[in-house]
Design a binder for this molecule. Structure first.
Ligand SMILES: Nc1nc2c(c(=O)[nH]1)N[C@H]1C(S)=C(S)[C@@H](COP(=O)(O)O)O[C@H]1N2
Ligand SMILES: [Mo]
Length: 291
């Protein structure tokens, strides 16, 4: 099929999406997954990384967690990222623990780990079907190590995403921890909490009303299209809030703050709309001047 046919097809798809009200006003459809990050991707060590919950929140009395996780899972996610960070993919593998290297070679047979794609496939396979699992516990639900987080139950969703720079992508698939389930299971919130602020590596923040975060499609996610999230798209963990413009889905997430007062985030303070509903075309300006 020629370029022109591609274009016609895309137009047709776009028209259909518009007439079914699936494409928000002013958006175009893309099949790519553009990358938008202010600044560099953070590097991290998943042995020391953590995810915190703070603000007007306590752990639910007696709340504790016990779950299963692949024995090599956290290291596998680390190596996945190092395969992107390192110029030489073989180095990412040879730096890993002997146990991990053994498991990977068992998994992948005679594959050539000098080839990044092959190594990534093998790492993803190890994550999807771990040779051994172990039980992990956490009795401080306000702080999660990566391994503890991986042992939480997940849900899968397929959803459309909409970037304020006017691209939309349909049917993206994600797996992660449903925010609402997490809150209801583990947290005791001050009843006056009205806002949730996501805090990321390098200081990026974004704010949302608590009610918006409690929708059933809001995730703390680390899997995209069945494989670990790539560094460019927010590894090791991001939020996903499909009903808002995509800048509200925080990459490189490190903490969620529960607040009685609103705290406009990085782009909100720079002039983006505070609410960012794509179907209301809330791109810029809106309500400003809280602070
Ligand atoms: N930590 C962090 N999160 C972020 C950003 C960022 O620069 N830093 N960019 C936001 C913007 S503007 C968009 S459109 C989406 C882009 O996500 P993507 O790169 O996976 O498409 O991430 C959002 N989350
Ligand atoms: Mo964006």
């Amino acid at each position: 099929m020629g370029l022109f046919d591609d274009l016609l097809n895309r137009r047709k798809e776009e028209q259909e999406a518009k007439s079914s009200n699936r494409l928000p006003p002013g958006q175009s459809l893309t099949s790519k997954f553009p990358v938008l990050t202010y600044g560099p991707n953070p590097r991290f060590d998943l042995k020391t990384w953590d995810l915190r919950f703070f603000g007007e929140v306590k752990a639910k009395p007696g709340a504790s967690h016990e779950g299963e996780v692949g024995t090599l899972a956290a290291e596998a996610y680390q190596v996945w990222n190092e395969l992107y960070w390192e110029r030489n993919p073989d180095k990412a593998i040879t730096n890993a623990s002997p146990a991990f290297q053994d498991a990977l070679r068992t998994q992948a047979g005679t594959l050539d780990f000098g080839k990044r794609e092959e190594a990534l496939d093998a790492v993803a396979a190890l994550i999807q079907s771990p040779p051994e699992t172990k039980t992990v516990t956490n009795d401080d639900p306000l702080r999660w190590t990566y391994e503890q987080m991986l042992s939480l139950p997940t849900v899968k969703i397929t959803t459309d995403i909409h970037c304020v720079t006017r691209w939309s992508k349909f049917d993206t698939s994600w797996e992660g921890i449903r925010f609402r389930d997490f809150v209801e299971t583990f947290l005791d919130l001050d009843p006056a909490v009205k806002y949730v602020i996501a805090h990321c590596d390098y200081g990026y923040t974004t704010n949302l009303p608590f009610d918006v975060m409690m929708d059933d499609d809001v995730l703390i996610t680390y899997t995209y299209a069945g494989v670990p999230l790539e560094p460019d798209h927010g590894a090791p963990v991001r939020t996903l809030v499909p009903k808002r413009y995509f800048w509200k889905s925080a990459k490189f997430l490190r903490a969620l703050e529960f607040s009685k007062v609103d705290k406009p985030g990085f782009w909100e303070k720079a002039g983006y709309h505070n609410d960012g509903d794509p179907f209301k075309e809330e791109r810029y300006g809106g309500r400003r001047g809280f602070f």
